[in-house]
Design a protein around this ligand. Structure first.
Ligand SMILES: [Zn+2]
Length: 215
């Protein structure tokens, strides 16, 4: 459930003030309508009740999606000028509630800090592309009787990989993952993240795949 707070806003058009509801916590995995508003850029748009003009107003909020390991402090774009100060303040506020927020939720608890809705929306858009590519890859993998192992979402973003990797059932090592990924890529070379997975697994490293989610 999204949590709301009431804030006083001054209309830049007519100068009148009014009270407006803002989301203070958004659950990306549950509040699908709110997530759509973030993606469409309408999340922080209000209508002034006095002059009926559109008013854009940002307030800090927390965006949480345990399924994608996202715990993000989204601050107004204008805070970026004093970035360090605000991150320190958010960290101080977060520390005492960290355990409660992350307990049993699948969150690693490493928060992200965004300035402006645009930064959050860009990450969500790129996750969406990654999800679509992952779904295509998973469909092919299942047809071949392969198993899928989840990748840590933060690592998938950092290395630009799919959210899961294919392996032969019962295996989890680098060699097995590489041969499964190469076989799928040979059938469909329109999957850029699968290609990155192949390249990563080819690079020297231990037999244990480093970015898999622990069970
Ligand atoms: Zn107004």
């Amino acid at each position: 459930m999204a949590t709301k707070g009431v804030f006083r806003v001054e209309c830049p058009h007519c100068g009148e003030s009014f009270d407006a509801d803002f989301w203070t916590v958004v659950r990306g995995d549950r509040d699908h309508d709110v997530k759509e508003l973030i993606l469409s850029g309408e999340f922080d748009l209000l209508v002034c009740p006095h002059c009926e003009e559109m008013v854009q107003h940002e307030e800090p909020f927390l965006y949480i999606d345990p399924t994608r390991d996202i715990l993000a402090f989204v601050m107004p774009e204008s805070y970026e000028a004093e970035k360090d100060k605000w991150i320190a303040r958010m960290q101080a506020d977060y520390e005492p509630v960290r355990a409660a927020l992350t307990a049993g939720q699948g969150l690693t608890g490493e928060p992200l800090y965004f300035f402006g809705l645009g930064q959050l929306a860009a990450m969500l858009e790129s996750d969406k592309d990654r999800e679509e590519e992952t779904e295509v890859m998973e469909f092919m993998a299942r047809e071949d009787g392969l198993q899928l192992l989840p990748v840590k979402p933060a690592a998938a973003r950092e290395l630009d990989l799919p959210f899961t990797i294919p392996v032969k059932a019962g295996l989890a090592g680098r060699t097995a993952a590489l041969s499964a990924a190469e076989a799928l890529y040979a059938k469909n070379d329109a999957l850029p993240r699968l290609k990155k997975l192949v390249d990563f697994l080819k690079s020297p490293g231990s037999e244990t795949v480093p970015f898999l989610k622990k069970k």
